[in-house]
Design a protein around this ligand. Structure first.
Ligand SMILES: Nc1ncnc2c1ncn2[C@@H]1O[C@H](COP(=O)(O)OP(=O)(O)OP(=O)(O)O)[C@@H](O)[C@H]1O
Length: 335
């Protein structure tokens, strides 16, 4: 388990003071794939670097598998870091070394004998699907293949936690999907806890079970991906889920109240809700935004409606009669 307790990080330099993380508390369960998503500058990299103490928090505690990292000696920390490895956007391979040597490198540092290290490295090359690239140099590989080698290297010390810092941001969509599949496969086969840092919602939707949304150094929302993305509450989450925003022109906030509907089954998504509201109740709702998405193998729909003030109570009663539908009133500035 990874626990961040009231973690803050402030950078102070000639340019001034930046509060990159503010009182962040998170718990990541063993074996989970946990996404941390946010806009550029939100503090994602700083947060992930605090998990392995590449960055020391200014305040707060970081506890990984029961060990409090921020209280460790340098030698203890080096040992702990073998269990918390990381992959990066730019792969960070040693260009003068072959792929096999790259994968052997962390084992060399840990004092593993050469033969044993090479045997393990070959197993890992198999696992990442590149058994024939042992003697190739990184420059001879595609970006996706280089990331596979970086993943193999990250697994060389039998880690319990894999941190992925924008690991697919430099890859095209197809390669991204293949690398995400590999990460998911590793999570399932080896039971490794994975923390995925990304600015792309598609990455979180594809593989994560839980997500935290980071905005200006703060966790503004966290929980199951399906719960957070189907009913985003914070401004930051709504920006991610509805990047285009709502069209203000379709709706006059002074004349109506807003209802967010969340559908959680294929049968409910198939009901022509707005048409029935008009036909059966003569209530003409504004559809401000609507989307369906597949999250964790289930179909979820979400619709934001503007309902004329005088008809709101009747519309509310109508929605309450429909099974598998969650309705909530939201404030008029919600998009
Ligand atoms: N070493 C540093 N010195 C000073 N400020 C820093 C340092 N590292 C990060 N920051 C600042 O902390 C804030 C958070 O940066 P961070 O890189 O963690 O964000 P991010 O969400 O990962 O952004 P991006 O997606 O653009 O990489 C930014 O304002 C950044 O300028």
């Amino acid at each position: 388990m990874i626990e961040l307790q009231h973690v803050s990080k402030t950078f102070e330099n000639a340019g001034g003071r930046v509060d990159a993380l503010r009182d962040v508390s998170l718990t990541i369960a063993d074996g989970d794939i946990y996404g941390i998503i946010g806009m550029s500058g939100a503090g994602k990299s700083t947060l992930v670097r605090c998990i392995n103490m590449l960055e020391r928090p200014t305040e707060g505690r970081v506890i990984v598998n029961g060990q409090q990292l921020d209280a460790m000696t340098p030698a203890q920390l080096r040992a702990a870091r073998r269990e918390i490895t990381m992959i990066f956007q730019r792969f960070n391979l040693l260009m003068q070394r072959t792929c096999l040597q790259n994968i052997c490198f962390p084992m060399e540092l840990a004092g593993v004998g050469r033969k044993e290290a090479q045997a393990k490295a070959r197993q890992l090359l198999e696992l990442v699907g590149l058994p024939d690239k042992a003697q190739a140099y990184p420059a001879q590989l595609s970006g996706g293949q280089q990331q596979r080698i970086a993943i193999a290297r990250a697994l060389a010390t039998n880690p319990k936690v894999l941190l992925c810092d924008e690991a697919t941001s430099a890859l095209d969509p197809k390669t991204t999907r293949q690398i995400l599949e590999l990460i998911q496969d590793i999570n399932r086969k080896l039971g490794i806890t994975v923390v995925v840092i990304t600015h792309q919602m598609s990455v979180v939707k594809e593989i994560c079970t839980h997500v935290a949304i980071l905005d200006d150094g703060e966790v503004v929302e966290n929980g199951l991906v399906s719960a957070v993305f189907s009913a985003p509450k914070s401004q930051a989450a709504r920006h991610l889920v509805f990047p285009g925003g709502a069209d203000a022109a379709v709706s006059d906030p002074s004349q109506e109240r807003r209802i967010r509907l969340i559908f959680r089954s294929a049968q409910t998504t198939a009901i022509p809700m707005v048409a029935r509201l008009a036909a059966e109740e003569s209530i003409y709702a504004n559809v401000i935004s609507a989307s369906t998405q597949k999250l964790s193998e289930e179909v979820y729909g979400s619709m934001l409606l503007g309902i004329p003030n005088s008809q709101f109570d009747r519309a509310w009663q109508f929605f309450r009669t429909i099974p598998n539908l969650q309705a909530e009133e939201v404030s008029v500035d919600v998009q």
